[in-house]
Design a protein around this ligand. Structure first.
Ligand code: DGL
Length: 278
């Protein structure tokens, strides 16, 4: 039994889709969420910079005593997973959970025609992290497409509308033409756009998100390692905490829309004294 919080990190709001699934599956667990909203999006940044930002954010969560770390960001996973596993899991005994292999496994279990599409940020696409995760599966065709503006729409709170739909048609047309039957939403922001993505791709294409599959991994890791939270006798249950590197006035409004009423306590944290706010 371990009553410390689970640390969940994303470049911004997208990781809330993973947090939602973890809260639903593990309602006794307390979440400590960190969104690097001051420096989002990570997708267009060089991999080395994403790695540096990611490790700084994970350091912050680790220093606050979390019992497990969830990198709820594909771009950060692609850039820093092996460093993070070494630094926190091997050296400090804190399990590190990521979002790419759970989504890849779920896509393999879902596809019938062995043609899988991946949409993600530029950095994730360039890293070929999904191609590597799927490489050992024989007979698969995998088509990748970067969708840089999708995360921007989500960070701005836009999940419907003509402009978004027209951008989505542009991005997704080649995947439709490639005859995929399964599409991995390889960015944790994209589950907030399943309305438009599903509408453009049509009913014949199954959308796979990392949220549910990653929450299953978190459930199994905490259970297997004896790290589950004890029962909340006589108490209401956990109060989740949220940290943002941006403004704590704008984060709660969107975070509440995307995650729900669990977003009450939001604090600002400054991780970039040289380049962020003073
Ligand atoms: N949510 C992040 C991911 O899963 C990326 C968004 C960004 O570009 O910052 O890749």
């Amino acid at each position: 039994m371990d009553n410390a919080p689970i640390g969940i990190f994303d470049s911004g709001l997208g990781g809330l889709t993973v947090a939602r699934a973890i809260i639903d599956k593990l309602p006794d667990e307390q979440i400590l969420y960190l969104g690097d909203t001051e420096r989002t999006p990570y997708g267009p940044r060089p991999i080395a910079q994403v790695r540096q930002y990611t490790l700084a954010c994970l350091d912050e969560l680790a220093s606050r005593g979390v019992k497990a770390l969830v990198i709820a960001c594909n771009t950060a996973t692609a850039a820093a997973l092996s460093d993070a596993r070494e630094r926190y899991w091997i050296d400090a005994g804190i399990p590190v959970i990521e979002v790419i292999s759970p989504a890849a496994r779920q896509a393999v279990a879902t596809t019938r025609n062995r043609r899988i599409g991946v949409i993600a940020t530029e950095a994730t696409v360039q890293s070929e992290a999904y191609l590597n995760a799927l490489a050992a599966v024989p007979g698969l065709t995998v088509v990748q497409r970067a969708c840089p503006r999708f995360a921007e729409f989500v960070e701005a709170g836009t999940t419907t509308g003509e402009e978004l739909e027209s951008v989505a048609r542009d991005y997704l047309a080649p995947l439709g033409q490639a005859g995929i039957d399964t599409l991995i939403l390889g960015c944790t922001h994209y589950p907030l756009l399943t309305g438009v993505i599903g509408r453009v791709m049509g009913d014949g294409v199954s959308l796979v998100t990392s949220s549910e599959a990653t929450a299953n991994v978190a459930y199994n890791e905490l259970t297997d390692r004896g790290l589950l939270h004890g029962p909340w006798r006589g108490a209401d249950g956990p109060e989740h905490r949220f940290l943002t590197t941006g403004r704590s006035t704008t984060f709660p409004r969107l975070a509440r829309r995307f995650l729900g009423p669990e977003v009450s306590r939001v604090d600002e944290v400054d991780l970039s004294p040289g380049e962020g706010r003073s």
